[in-house]
Design a protein around this ligand. Sequence first.
Ligand SMILES: [Zn+2]
Length: 248
Amino acid sequence: MIIDCHTHWGMVWEDRDHEDPARWLAMLDHHHVNRAFLLGHYNLHRSDQCEADNDRLARITAKAPDRFIPFGTVWPQKGEDAVKEARRCLQVLGLKGLKFHPWLQGFSTADPTMSEIYDMAGALNAPVFFHDGTPCYSLPEQIAGLARRFPRTRFVLGHAGLLWSWRSALEALRRPNVWACLCGPHMRAIEVLCQRADPDRLLWGTDFGFGFADAIDYRLNLINRAKIDDALREKILGVNPLRLMERS
Ligand SMILES: [Zn+2]
């Protein structure tokens, strides 16, 4: 079982394929990837497209419910409307978690509206997935701070610190409610993260879907060629993602 924990329904895919995931899924099939966490792109790029893209992710998921694990987003700049939309994503649309890109969306992780959302996500047992690894709003340290303030909410570092901040991601992973998706660090960093972090909270992903390029090939090679235990690799690729999504 391989689950790609970081993909997007990209704007270029939407503009060409209009909600038809067949060609998108063919790329997963080509690499024997069974399922994918599906994040938006229009909803992260444009606040006025947010609700429409959340709806779209739900419709795309309905076309292949055994393949997609969808995540919605909201813009905290909208205040209480953002909190309402977050609740609608999780309780009406059936999206499984929330994804935020504070760098692209232009808000601080410490935004007071976000606090309400972290709390709600924790109460509904929905993971909060972050782009991480870029200043000034998306550092692993900042997300670790949220994990300390909201201990019942699970936070995912969507890039495990990217290329530059993987050491900070490793520190953040000391918090029991922080998970990290190995989508960004180089091979040696992946090996060190696998040696030193809790093996039950590591995930793998590719960022496939932002454009048409095959991001899966490269990142699957990285995890497959890294010097890590086969049992651990299996856990990261297939077991941990399902554990993250289990609702108690
Ligand atoms: Zn991404």
